[in-house]
Design a protein around this ligand. Structure first.
Ligand code: 13P
Length: 356
């Protein structure tokens, strides 16, 4: 039996629809762990004064200030939802800033990565223990959706990654997580992040995406997940950075491979697909998203691309990267300008428009 009542099912479907519609609107991902956000701050060169030493309390206050600045700046005409780290949601209590603007707050549900004993270069994600209680607390703090990211290695076929074992583990984890998230009244965003650091070509990346995503929906059905009240956050199909001939692929090739994966593997009952940026530059990530939507917008039946759900963004680095640099340098006004600029570029891309 499903956990959700008709009332909760209606709310899940409405929230999922509002995250990906009207076309163009998408999600801003700000759920980096404290260590990762600190590394992003540390990565910015600040010239004019001597190195400052931060206490733990000082680092925490700095994280809070950055989030506050970003949430005050982010424009609700382009951004439907923001993913918060639990500290930001529960300890800092910042969801009301977003909710007051009509932006839906969400929470990162997944824990940390652990190597798989039989295949130590692949990782399972911790966090299922005690998850229901944590997600209920997140809902009480204002969250209406959650996300869980798994990483999936991807090499050429000869080099053999991902293993079948890791694909089964990731799919099963995401299926269980999605069911628990809906039990807590939160729309689940399942995030299979297929890496592009290795030697796979574009066809291999698409093959791995299609298999991984198909297995995830198989497990989501097993665990009775209400697909209409869920979203998927995949990577674009991309050639690996170690694939020798990667420059031969144009954004239109990436768009075609990615659209094929979505058409084959994502059930039509799912209201939307919100892509991660995965370390691509803001220009490339938005260009790929624009090429994908341009392809879909120009497709007519009987093309399977004519009936795909909303294809939008759930970007972290590609949306806030430039703004964060300005904030670390103390330029608050420019931070706001850049967050608004990139939110608009993302929105245009999700409508199929390439920005200069
Ligand atoms: P990026 O867009 O920076 O990959 O972040 C999205 C995200 O939420 C990763 O889990």
């Amino acid at each position: 039996q499903p956990y959700w009542s008709p009332h909760i099912a209606h709310e899940l479907i409405t929230t999922a629809q509002s995250l990906v519609n009207p076309r163009g609107k998408g999600i801003y991902a700000t759920d980096e762990s404290p260590d990762v956000i600190q590394a992003l701050f540390d990565g910015v060169q600040v010239n004019d004064h001597e190195e400052r030493v931060w206490t733990e309390a000082g680092k925490k206050e700095r994280r809070k200030k950055w989030r506050e600045c970003a949430y005050n700046a982010v424009p609700s005409e382009y951004i439907s939802g923001v993913i918060l780290y639990p500290e930001t949601l529960v300890d800092f209590g910042l969801a009301p800033i977003l909710a007051a603007k009509g932006i839906i707050p969400g929470v990162r549900a997944n824990g940390e990565l652990m190597p798989i004993p039989s295949s130590p270069s692949e990782f399972i994600v911790e966090g299922l223990d005690g998850l229901l209680g944590r997600l209920q607390a997140a809902r009480a703090a204002g969250a209406r959706f959650s996300k869980w990211r798994v990483t999936i290695a991807c090499t050429s076929k000869e080099r053999g990654l991902p293993t079948q074992t890791s694909l089964e583990l990731q799919a099963d984890t995401l299926g269980k997580y999605a069911a628990i998230s809906q039990e807590a009244g939160l729309v689940p965003i399942v995030e299979p992040d297929v890496e592009f650091s290795e030697d796979a070509d574009l066809a291999r990346s698409a093959e791995v995406h299609e298999k991984a995503i198909s297995m995830i929906y198989d497990r989501m059905r097993t665990y009775n997940v209400l697909l209409e009240g869920s979203i998927i956050k995949p990577s674009f199909s991309l050639p690996g950075l170690k694939f020798a001939n990667r420059d031969k692929y144009k954004p239109e090739d990436i768009a075609f491979a990615t659209a094929t994966v979505i058409a084959r593997a994502v059930p039509t009952s799912v209201p939307g697909v919100a892509f991660l940026s995965g370390g691509l530059t803001p220009a490339l990530a938005t260009h790929y998203l624009a090429a994908l939507n341009a392809l879909v917008n120009s497709s007519q039946a009987p093309s399977p691309f004519a009936r795909l759900p909303s294809l939008t963004f759930s970007f972290g680095r590609a949306l806030q990267g430039d703004a964060l640099k300005e904030w670390v340098k103390g330029n608050e006004e420019q931070t706001k300008v850049l967050l608004q600029k990139w939110s608009q570029v993302c929105w245009r891309s999700a409508r199929g428009v390439v920005s200069d």
